[in-house]
Design a protein around this ligand. Structure first.
Ligand code: SAM
Length: 365
């Protein structure tokens, strides 16, 4: 089974420079990377970051700082988050004041770029240090808008058995608490408690929608794995998570903060380490009366191709004894599949907005 990451040419080009060591990245590659980010990830969604990314692409000094992002990380995301972090730390700085209520306009980026560049060059040492070890660990709660139906589909296939959920690349673990949230879809379907603290809205494109039960499936265990789990009770981790939310998206910041309060009351088990090392053992802990369901959102793009193969091998090995379900959400494609004795079959798939603003389900759900 090949993953979409292996067949998507945009992702391939993007990841190839991200996977290089800083010293191996040319200025031209860096420039192309920021222009591609503006076009494919910001256009139509984040005009301010689109303009900022284009401005960075044409400035060799700022590009040279961004070049220091550690290998394997999505370069523009990490660079913008590091600058945003320093601005959140220095909230009285005039640029920080502007960022705190920045207009989602492309022209604003051109207006502030000179000040932005000065800020970056003055804090170059701090920035380069952060870029050398920080990771893009954005925990996007909006992704639950497609995860929740995916878990419903898995539950239907597993005849309503309890779910043993394992989130690979869980970050702070906010998406493991998906059943504490309320969901409103543009087709009028609503799920979850009406007094939920986190309220998600999602547009449904097309006519298809999964046949979900009214009540959420029961979960017997929920475990997150992350190379570096984010601990939202630590101020540094909380600030880094806030910095990863793009400044022109205040609604996302509000949803994040609400989900953080749910997490403080309901912390899932989070394990630190490489998923390739931890997943086999954690799969074994899923109760016999439960269906193991592994999921990952925007995580496998941080794996090498070889690591992605090993990841699938682990699931295939675990499926020798019982069916293992996999919900994969990467690069705008959601695939719900099952693995039985090493044989994969796709149960459902959809196109989805990377932040869960819309989903387009395909026939058969
Ligand atoms: C972009 S974040 C996505 C977080 C979350 N899945 C979401 O969608 O909100 C990717 C996460 O994957 C983690 N990660 C990357 N490679 C990993 C690996 N080999 N094992 C465990 N975690 C990994 C990173 O540390 C990061 O927290």
């Amino acid at each position: 089974m090949t993953s979409d990451l292996e067949t998507d040419p945009v992702m391939q080009a993007r990841m190839s420079i991200d996977q290089l060591a800083p010293s191996e990245r040319s200025a031209e590659q860096m420039r192309a990377r920021f222009l591609a980010f503006a076009e494919t990830e910001c256009h139509g969604y984040a005009p301010f970051y689109e303009g900022l990314s284009e401005a960075v692409a044409s400035d060799f000094k700022v590009l040279d700082i961004a070049r220091q992002c550690n290998r394997g990380q999505p370069i523009p995301n990490l660079f913008f988050a590091a600058v945003h972090y320093l601005l959140l730390e220095e909230i009285s700085h005039p640029l920080a004041q502007q960022f705190s209520s920045i207009e989602s306009e492309k022209s604003v980026a051109a207006e502030i770029f000179s000040e932005y560049k000065t800020f970056c060059t003055q804090r170059q040492d701090s920035l380069v240090e952060m870029l050398s070890f920080k990771r893009v660990q954005t925990n996007v709660v909006g992704r639950c808008s497609y995860l929740m139906p995916a878990f419903g589909i898995v539950s239907n296939h597993a005849n309503g058995r309890l779910l043993g959920l394992i989130d690979v690349g869980a970050s702070a673990g906010l998406n493991l608490n998906w059943d504490w949230y309320h969901y409103s879809y543009s087709n009028g379907r609503e799920f979850g408690s009406s007094d939920a603290r986190v309220r998600l809205e999602c547009e449904i494109i097309g006519q298809q929608f999964p046949g979900l039960r009214e009540h959420f499936p029961q979960v017997s265990s929920r475990v997150g794995i992350d190379m570096n789990p984010i601990d939202l009770s630590k101020p540094v981790d909380l600030l880094w998570s806030r910095a990863l939310i793009w400044p022109e998206h205040p609604r996302r910041a509000r949803v994040f903060e609400a989900a953080a309060t749910v997490l403080a009351d309901n912390p899932p088990a989070l394990f630190a380490g490489d998923a390739l090392d931890l997943l086999p053992g954690i799969l074994e802990t899923v109760r016999d009366d439960s269906a193991p369901c592994v999921f990952h959102c925007h995580t496998l793009n941080q794996f090498t191709p070889q690591a992605r193969e090993s990841f699938r091998d682990i699931i295939e090995a675990a499926s020798a004894d019982r069916t293992v379900y996999l919900v994969s959400a990467e690069s705008g494609t959601l695939v719900v599949s099952r693995c039985d004795s090493g044989v994969w079959s796709v149960i459902a798939n959809a196109n989805c907005d990377p932040h869960g603003r819309w989903v387009e389900w395909f026939e058969g759900v």
